[in-house]
Design a protein around this ligand. Structure first.
Ligand code: ADP
Length: 253
């Protein structure tokens, strides 16, 4: 198998005495959609926060495409192609949907546009380029008709699509999604899944935290489970479906 796009070795994160992530090692292979499951408090979000540079690990290493990125800042990781959404999207509520996408840090990473020494005309050119790209991305996530609406007024599901759009401004290779389907109506969940699968066919790799087991079993492979900060299962969706521990904990069997 090819080298993993993301390689995590013995990663731990403690808060005081409490070990939220405990000696986790796992590999994410390019082109996969990995489902990360586990009960509340298992350490899934903390692990995402470590992987995206929002928290520094207490121990262990993270390699992205073979490069040791342990402790790198979120900006540095963005520029290396790592994008991430949040469980609860936090757009700039008073700005338009389009402006939110244009202000994506990924746009700035991709184009390096806001250099202080650019002339006014050049700035306008660059802004036009970003606006065009932002409209293309909004079109892709089906939000183009809402481009001028205030981001605070769109639905929760539309906000998740907006988050995906913001990430796509930078053409990331690895995308971490935190509960993309939570609180999203079935129509928009279907749209979101279609977009994830389309991006995946184009070569993008996903890691998805999700509580909806139908979503995980239908769309994620492999599946990794955390419990109390530790990795307790790693295998195919089929294996997950017949694993007694997981069945008991998550599938209500
Ligand atoms: P999950 O995403 O699997 O629900 P989290 O990663 O959010 O789990 O949380 C794992 C554990 O770490 C929980 O017990 C949570 O209370 C604790 N935790 C998370 N962030 C902090 C923090 N900043 N300070 C102290 N404890 C935290």
């Amino acid at each position: 198998m090819a080298d993993p796009i993301l390689s995590i070795r013995n990663v731990s994160k403690t808060f005081g005495e409490f070990r939220a992530v405990n000696d986790v090692s796992l590999d994410i292979h390019a082109g996969t959609i990995t489902g990360l499951i586990g009960p509340n408090g298992a350490g899934k979000t903390t692990l995402f926060n470590v992987l995206t540079g929002m928290l520094k690990p207490t121990g262990g290493t993270v390699h992205l495409d073979g490069q040791n990125v342990t402790g790198f800042s979120p900006d540095a990781l963005f520029s290396l192609g790592l994008g991430r959404t949040f469980q609860i999207p936090r757009p700039f509520a008073k700005m338009s949907v389009l402006e939110n996408v244009m202000l994506s840090p990924m746009a700035q990473v991709g184009e390096r546009v806001w250099g202080p020494f650019l002339g006014a005309a050049k700035m306008r050119d660059q802004e036009a380029t970003i606006r065009k790209r932002a409209m293309e991305v909004l079109d892709f996530v089906t939000l183009a008709p809402l481009a001028d609406q205030a981001a605070g007024q769109i639905s929760g599901g539309q906000m998740k699509l907006l988050e995906l759009a913001r990430i796509l401004m930078g053409d990331p290779k690895l995308i971490l999604l935190d509960e993309p389907a939570a609180g999203v109506n079935p129509t928009l969940t279907k749209t979101l899944i279609e977009k994830i699968e389309e991006l995946n066919r184009d070569g993008k790799t996903f890691v998805i935290i999700e509580h909806d087991m139908d979503f995980v079993m239908q769309h994620c492979d492999p599946v990794i489970a955390l419990a109390e900060g530790r990795k307790v299962f790693e295998g195919t969706a089929d294996e997950a479906q017949s694993n007694p521990v997981l069945l008991d904990a998550y599938l209500g069997a």
